[in-house]
Design a protein around this ligand. Structure first.
Ligand code: AMP
Length: 540
């Protein structure tokens, strides 16, 4: 039997079986059941249809992780429209690019972020403007108030069109670190399969209490808007990220699961070191991380001192994101320190996913944990392609091996087929013909007691072409008087790694540039280093 895989099934199921149970704790402290959530979603669907939104139209949402993002996503999807979440840190100009590129018809915007849209309203073709809690918005433009909009419709007033599993349901924009952001197209089918995979791999059940530390706009919050809902678990919403509030919610709401990038985990650790908060409520807590390799020290503190279970994930906006993990507890002993050798690796393919690491001819690299190749992947959770970018789509699926998605990440394979990322293709440092992994150097420096954050980028060198430079946020937060010298940092890397890999230049800084998901934006530092120079040796 074949039944279409439709992402509408997740809320439908939760309403049917968990209708009287709590779905969401809103940021205002209101508790909505799945029944109530479903009704609000239906009313919004009716309102959108009444405003001319039809199957295939794009509905943007600009929201800092509140229930409105969840409601708008489901309301759009169940009328066949395309949910297009926007990153709330983007400037009006950056938003304009996306609104034009995607051809957005309606936008639902948080009251605190209308200033990111107001300056471009006349220049874009959006017709419907809805604001959550419009009275609080500082604006001189017309915004319809979300609650007033949905109050004007009955839940039965909307019509669900015919849908096929290959229909587009969401466009997620990449961060555009190497050019204009690209719209990643995802269908009912790939979101549904990704959500099944997520529910399985993250052991999500109806008892779970999920705290939203991961932006919902980032690959639909890694598919958790679907997986958490589908199993009937609880969503605890938050406006943006705050470490103190996170610990408070963990205890008050018995949070059992959350996801964050390593920098966000570091903020939690720092808060814990300074404030010594309670770290769990009645539930044990597991924390999944992706987006960058977790420093070993971070994992150690989370598990051994704070008492949470750490899960390491790898993927990208294009891949679902989840494709690879090392979280197979059969492979390590949770009470043994040696487990970090495995947890630290990205791991191997999740169910239904094929991974390979290939050389320039598309051949698998030797399983010697030394030879570096590019990670390529096949799976039903991978995107359809880039919106309006056929050439980039073609390239992404054929550069080295036809039909596989090329991640742009460089890795090795060990004899057990476990991959370890060495670098982004563009972050590797090529010094005197030798490849130096910026990640390896960063990992090394995270073990230095006076280093809070570090980013390694290639700096120009007359002698070597490129040479590793460390941007360091010192532990004491004072770049002018760090409790460590540049020479000590350089010596530290020499003591732990081969000499040719050592850091040569150190700059102490107050902050590192970051994306809204907490990922350090090395390209900004790289551009700074290479201003006025010819091209970098590597891909840059
Ligand atoms: P994004 O599309 O913004 O989610 O970024 C995806 C990129 O983040 C990947 O292509 C990798 O370069 C990086 N990344 C994601 N997860 C990991 C991980 N576990 N370890 C190292 N790098 C990662």
């Amino acid at each position: 039997m074949e039944k279409p895989l439709l992402a509408t099934e997740f809320l439908d199921r939760a309403r049917k079986y968990f209708g009287g149970h709590e779905a969401i704790l809103t940021v205002e402290g209101e508790r909505l059941t799945y029944g109530e959530l479903g009704e609000r979603v239906d009313r919004l669907s009716a309102a959108l249809q009444d405003r001319g939104i039809e199957k295939g139209d794009r509905v943007a949402v600009l929201d800092p992780n509140t229930h409105y993002q969840l409601e708008t996503a489901y309301a759009a999807i169940q009328i066949g429209a395309v949910h297009t979440p926007l990153n709330y840190r983007l400037t009006p100009e950056e938003n304009k690019y996306i609104l034009d590129d995607a051809g957005i018809d309606a936008i639902v915007c948080d009251y605190d972020f209308v200033e990111n849209i107001d300056p471009i309203r006349e220049a874009v073709g959006v017709e419907t403007y809805i604001c959550t809690d419009a009275d609080r918005a500082d604006t001189d433009q017309e915004w319809a108030d979300f609650e007033a909009v949905i109050a004007a419709y009955d839940p039965e007033e909307y019509e669900r069109p015919e849908m096929a599993e290959d229909d587009l349901i969401t466009i997620n924009y990449t961060s555009g670190t190497t050019g204009d952001p690209k719209g990643v197209m995802r269908t009912h089918r790939c979101e549904t399969i990704h959500a099944y995979l997520t529910a399985h791999q993250q052991s999500i059940t109806s008892d779970d209490v999920y705290y939203w530390t991961l932006p919902m706009f980032h690959v639909n919050g890694w598919g958790h808007i679907f997986a958490i809902t589908g199993v009937g678990a609880r969503h605890i919403c938050a406006r943006g990220f705050d470490p103190g509030r996170t610990f408070e919610k963990i205890v008050d709401e018995d949070v059992s699961y959350m996801c964050c990038a390593p920098t966000v985990m570091n903020m939690l650790i720092e808060y814990w070191e300074n404030e010594d908060p309670q770290t769990t409520g009645d539930n044990d807590l597991r924390i999944a991380s992706g987006g960058a390799a977790p420093p070993e020290q971070t994992m150690r503190t989370l598990e051994d001192d704070i008492g949470w279970y750490f899960k390491h994930m790898y993927g990208s906006t294009e891949t679902g994101p989840l494709i690879v993990t090392s979280d197979y507890s059969r492979l390590f002993d949770q009470s043994d320190d040696a487990r970090f050798d495995i947890k630290n690796r990205q791991g191997f393919a999740m169910l239904g996913t094929e991974i390979d690491v290939v050389d320039e001819e598309g051949n698998t690299v030797p399983r010697d944990d030394e030879t570096i190749g590019e990670i390529v992947v096949r799976g039903n959770q991978i995107m359809e392609g880039y919106w309006n970018k056929p050439e980039q789509t073609e390239q992404a699926f054929s550069a080295r091996r036809e039909g596989w998605f090329h991640t742009g990440d460089l890795a090795t394979l060990d004899e057990d087929d476990m991959l370890k990322i060495k670098d982004r293709k563009k972050d590797i440092i090529i010094s005197g013909g030798e490849n130096i992994s910026s990640l390896q150097l960063e990992d090394c420096l995270y073990n230095h007691p006076e280093v809070r954050e570090v980013a390694i980028v290639p700096a120009p060198s007359e002698e070597w072409g490129e040479t590793p430079k460390a941007y360091i946020v010192p532990k004491n937060g004072d770049p002018d008087n760090p409790d460590v010298t540049a020479e000590e940092i350089i010596e530290f890397t020499k003591a732990h790694l081969a000499d040719y890999k050592a850091v040569r230049i150190v700059e102490f800084v107050e902050d590192l540039p970051k994306t809204s998901t907490g990922k350090i934006q090395k390209y900004e530092l790289r551009e700074q280093e290479w201003e006025g120079h010819d091209q970098m040796v590597g891909e840059g």
